[in-house]
Design a protein around this ligand. Sequence first.
Ligand code: BDR
Ligand code: CA
Length: 337
Amino acid sequence: MTTPTSHPFYLDCDTGIDDALALAYLLATPQAHVQGIGTVSGNVSAAVGARNTLDLLQLAGHAHIPVAVGAHDPLAGSFGGGAPHVHGSNGIGEVSLEAASVSLASETAAEMLVRLAHEHPGTLRVLAIGPLTNIAEALRLEPDLPRLVEGITIMGGAALAPGNLTPVAEANIANDPEAAALVLSADWNVTLVPLDVTMSNVLEERHRQELLASSGPVPRALGEMLGYYFRFYESQFGRACSAMHDPLAAALAVGGVKAAVAPVVHVDVDTTDGPGCGQTVCDMRGLYMDYPEQPEARCRVVLSLEDDFAPHLVEVLLSFGGAEGTTAGLAGAVSLT
Ligand code: BDR
Ligand code: CA
C-alpha cells in the first residue's frame, strides 16, 4: 500500500553488488514502495540479474515484488559478458543465497514499466541503475511514457570526471550508448547521477564491518558481497573501500539525501564508434562563466551532496537487522562459495 509520503517505484537494474545495495536501500525505506523490478544485461546477463534479484527479495522478505527479465542485448550489438572482475562470477561477489521459490513475471521489463506507468499515472518514479536498454524499449512501446511517470533517476555517465569503462565513458552508458541517447533526449524529468558524485562518496571498511556485525541476514549478505567489491576498488583508491554508485542514485531518487550542486544542463551521448563512444557530453560551461540559459537543458546532473552519504546508507541498511532481518527461516541463508 502506497502512503501519502511513499512513492511507487519501478527499479531497472543489472544486479550486481551495488545494485543489491540499492535494492536493499529501497526496500528498507518507507518512502519507497517498489512495484516491480526489471533486469538488463550489464554486470551480469539479464537472466542472472533476475535470479539474483529474486533471491535478494526472498532474503529480505519481499518475494511478492514481481521481477521481469529485460533485454539481453543492447539496442546495437550484443552483450559483452559482464564484469566478473568487479562483481564476481555470479554478480554478487561469490556469495551464495538461498534460491528463491517464486517465478519470474511473464511480461518483459519494458512491458512492466509501461504497465506500471499506466497504473500510477503521474506518480511512478523510475530508478535505472543499469544500461538503459529496457527504458529505451519502453519509450518505443509507449511514447507517452515521459508524461506518465513523475520522473527518472539514472545512475550513469560522467560530467567532469573520467569514465570507468573507457577514459571518458561510464559503464551503464557505454554498454548501450544508443539506448542512453534515446532516454536522455526524451522530454521528461530526468536526474543523472554520474561518476562525479558516486566516486567521491565512498564506503569504508568500518562501514562494511558494521553491516557484517548485524544480526540480520540482509546486511550480513551485503557486507560479504562488499568484500569482493572492495578488493576491486582497492586498485583505484589504494585502500579497502568502494564507490557507491547505485545506492546513491536510489537515495537521491527517494529524497534520503539531497544534492548540493546539480545544474540542469543539456546532455548528449556520443554514439559514434570513436574514442568518445558512450561519453555523456554535459554542457557544464555555466560552472566557469555566466553562460546563457540552455534552451534544451532538461537533465539535472548531480555533482555533489549536501551531506556525507555512507553513514546514512549504513543506518538504512542496518534497519534490516530488526524483527524482519532476524526471521528464523532466513538465518543461515547466506554462505560464501
Ligand atoms: C555502474 O556500472 C555497474 O557496474 C554498477 O552496478 C553501476 O550501476 C557504475 O559505473
Ligand atoms: Ca548497476
